[in-house]
Design a protein around this ligand. Structure first.
Ligand code: C2E
Length: 350
């Protein structure tokens, strides 16, 4: 949905939609706060979606959109806020579990101290000549204390086991949230944040091991034309199409990501620029060998092509200069007529 909004507010109809949102907000006497405006854009782009239905239900019933309700809608339905909320929830649950564990441990500590004192008392009494009756009393006291501590230990064990279970569940949930935060929703590839993290990691590895590391940047040719001619939904499908073939070609340790709107980036650990150029040429052939159909009308969308640029880590590079060189190579491909790969390590301007 985010990508849908992204293409909507950068597409042909962007200003018309923005004006429409403001006009509807003014008519419904809703303040044009950034959050209200964002929600309204979602409502306009998808009136039947969860945000659209809620907003138009309010408008039609003449009720105001309060700040509190806008917040609620945002937390529930805006992807980025939902994520923040989930992380906050998981944090709260973890804090509760830790508090429960710490209180159970404190109780156990008190019981252990008491038990220690009971043992000390018994040992003091037993150090002196002891009557059988006195002996029985000491043993009884000891056995009561032992039973009590056994019971408390069992409670502590159960408490710890259930907390461990809950923490395991939270960890799995947080891993999922983290994966979501690193994944591009439209294509299911890694997103830019994940790519940047992985680039830094691969850079460190290459730096310490001296192994080769290459990167490729790809950009869909004439994407704006697709979007303008066929609409953003078809534009999104074109992005998904390229992403699906790129994903298939990027078997581990290769790492592919959606880098921007119609731009992709791939890390190629242990592969030099020549091999990567060949791999990207094969991928380009794969992408352009079929012609796509518009799903809604079955019209022929024609062939999709991509341009690519490749760079390999050199001494003195930073992750940023490496990416800049790949980007420069990509623009050489664009300037040379598109639908080609430029090896930034051999091209003149590199
Ligand atoms: P998607 O529409 O979500 O489709 C996912 C997968 O389901 C496709 O993966 C394909 O394996 C299968 N699939 C869906 N619809 C059809 C169909 O009408 N015919 C056939 N033969 N298979 C179908 P695939 O091919 O890797 O495509 C990935 C994504 O690329 C698709 O996601 C879609 O967004 C886009 N795409 C691929 N080909 C076309 C096309 O001809 N037209 C449009 N508009 N989009 C396409």
């Amino acid at each position: 949905m985010t990508d849908h909004i992204d293409s909507l507010v950068r597409g042909r109809d962007a200003f018309r939609i923005a004006r429409l949102a403001l006009a509807q907000m003014e008519e419904s006497q809703v303040w044009p706060t950034p959050l209200n405006f964002e929600l309204w854009l979602y409502a306009i782009s998808d009136p039947e979606g969860p945000i659209g239905r809620e907003i138009y239900r309010l408008v039609n019933s003449g009720q105001p959109l309060t700040d509190a309700f806008a917040e609620e809608l945002a937390v529930e339905h805006l992807p980025r806020l939902r994520l923040t909320e989930e992380i906050r929830d998981a944090g709260d649950q973890l804090t509760r579990q830790l508090a429960a564990i710490s209180s159970a441990i404190s109780v156990a500590q008190i019981s252990t101290n008491e038990y220690g004192r009971a043992l000390e008392g018994a040992s003091r009494e037993l150090a002196q000549p002891t009557e059988p009756q006195q002996l029985r009393r000491v043993i009884e006291t000891l056995s009561i204390s032992t039973r009590r501590i056994q019971k408390e230990n069992a409670t502590l064990e159960t408490r710890l086991a259930s907390s461990a279970e809950e923490i395991k569940r939270l960890r799995t949930h947080l891993e999922q949230v983290r994966r979501d935060a690193m994944t591009d929703a439209l294509t299911n590839l890694a997103n830019r944040k994940a790519f940047d993290d992985e680039l830094n990691r691969a850079f460190e590895v290459a730096h310490t091991t001296g192994k080769v590391l290459s990167v490729g940047i790809l950009d869909i040719d004439h994407f704006k034309r697709f979007n303008d001619t066929w609409g953003h939904q078809t534009g999104d499908q074109v992005i998904r199409y390229v992403a699906s073939l790129l994903g298939k070609a990027s078997v581990h340790p290769r790492f592919a990501a959606r880098y921007g709107g119609e731009e992709f980036a791939v890390l190629f650990p242990n592969e030099d620029a020549r091999t990567v150029t060949a791999a990207l040429d094969a991928l380009r052939d794969d992408i352009s060998c079929r012609s796509l159909k518009r799903r809604s009308t079955a019209e022929d969308l024609g062939v999709v092509t991509v341009s690519a640029g490749v760079a390999t880590l050199r001494a003195g590079d930073t992750p940023q200069t490496l990416m800049e060189r790949a980007d420069k190579a990509l623009y050489q491909s664009k300037n040379a007529g598109r639908n080609r790969t430029t090896n930034g390590e051999t091209s003149l301007a590199a």
